[in-house]
Design a protein around this ligand. Structure first.
Ligand SMILES: Cc1ncc(CO)c(N)n1
Length: 222
């Protein structure tokens, strides 16, 4: 019996729900999130995205087939061409210019998460690396969908964070998310139980670090 991507989520249910439904997400959806928290998060996320782009470049380096190389390229494009472009625009709207971004100190939550992913990828193989990256791409796509299904979520001009939700519900981002899930389904199909258990540990740790990232934003922690 083969494993699928959703088996990783099922194996880490409490952590996954705590990540998807974090107070930061709920407050962002209900438009009650403090703007200082959002600004702090935006700045740290800029640093985060740069390291994640590096991690996708590492996935490209670790790819030995054209299909794997293309998949790594898709992830890199989703970050560089969709997210980072929009992100710099958001930062500008929220009064953070590119000079501010260039000189930012990295928070501990950003350091821990990004270096965990890069280390997992350096130490392990391509599947280990993609599993460490999965909560990011797949989680944010799911968060946008969860917010849209949640009755307390405000959309449109009533919510200053509407454009943020729109980015993650966009066809481009949702398409990249689904392509990544399919890649995992193919790879996990022939994993042994022991291998699946080791991958679950990576997935759980990355999800816990996503929870810490939201909390860092909420607390404006350094
Ligand atoms: C912390 C974090 N996780 C995931 C994403 C989605 O790419 C992001 N922008 N930031």
């Amino acid at each position: 019996m083969g494993y699928r991507f959703t088996d990783l989520i099922d194996a880490c249910k409490p952590e996954w729900r705590a990540y998807i439904e974090h107070d930061f997400v709920r407050q962002l959806g209900a438009a009650t999130l403090g703007d200082a928290s959002f600004r702090h998060y935006l700045k740290q996320d800029y640093l985060f995205l740069i390291h994640f782009a590096r991690a996708y470049a590492l996935a490209a380096y670790k790819s030995s087939t054209l299909a794997d190389l293309r998949q790594a390229h898709e992830g890199l494009k989703a970050i560089l061409d969709v997210e980072l472009d929009l992100h710099v625009g958001f930062c500008r709207e929220w009064g953070i210019n590119e000079d501010d971004l260039a000189g930012l100190p990295e928070s501990r939550a950003t350091l821990a998460y990004t270096r965990f992913v890069l280390d997992t990828g350096n130490r392990g193989d391509l599947l280990d690396l993609h599993v460490a990256l999965a909560p990011c791409l797949i989680g944010y796509g799911e968060i946008a969908n969860w917010l849209n299904a949640h009755p307390a979520t405000l959309r449109g001009e009533a919510n200053p964070y509407d454009a943020w939700i729109a980015m993650y519900e966009s066809d481009e981002f949702q398409g990249a998310m689904h392509a990544e899930m399919e890649w995992h389904d193919t790879r996990l199909a022939d994993a042994t139980p022991a291998r699946f258990e080791a991958l679950t540990r990576i997935f759980r740790d990355a999800t816990r670090l996503e929870i810490d990232f939201w909390q860092m934003g909420l607390d404006q922690a350094d």
